[in-house]
Design a protein around this ligand. Structure first.
Ligand SMILES: [Zn+2]
Length: 113
């Protein structure tokens, strides 16, 4: 049962870090309502920063969803088994890709599609 406890702790720590980062970014985004400066070159820089914030937020939110899914699979006992064929996913693969829910063969098949 405690087989994936180390990975679970790792996922929880990562989730906490992402949550902190997303909240920080959301706080920053709220200040963007301020009117843009009349200087056009400065405007361009400000717009670029907004885009960076958005991109980081999306990637962070996506990763958060993957973490939650992996944690749910650990809790339900599904973790470590391929979601497609049911075979065991090698532990080395889970250490490198803790969000992975496919074995190597099925992941390769999916990539080839
Ligand atoms: Zn598989």
């Amino acid at each position: 049962m405690k087989k994936y406890e180390a990975i679970r702790q790792q996922l929880l720590a990562r989730r906490e870090e992402l949550n902190r980062r997303i909240h920080k970014m959301a706080d920053k985004a709220r200040h963007i309502d301020e009117p843009l400066t009349p200087d056009f070159s400065e405007q361009a820089v400000e717009r670029q920063n907004d885009e960076v914030l958005d991109a980081l937020g999306d990637a962070g939110r996506r990763e958060l969803a993957q973490i939650n899914r992996a944690l749910a699979r650990i809790d339900s006992g599904e973790y470590g088994a391929c979601a497609n064929c049911g075979r065991a996913i090698p532990e080395q693969r889970l250490e490198i890709l803790p969000y992975s829910d496919l074995c190597v063969a099925c992941a390769e098949k999916q990539d080839a599609r």
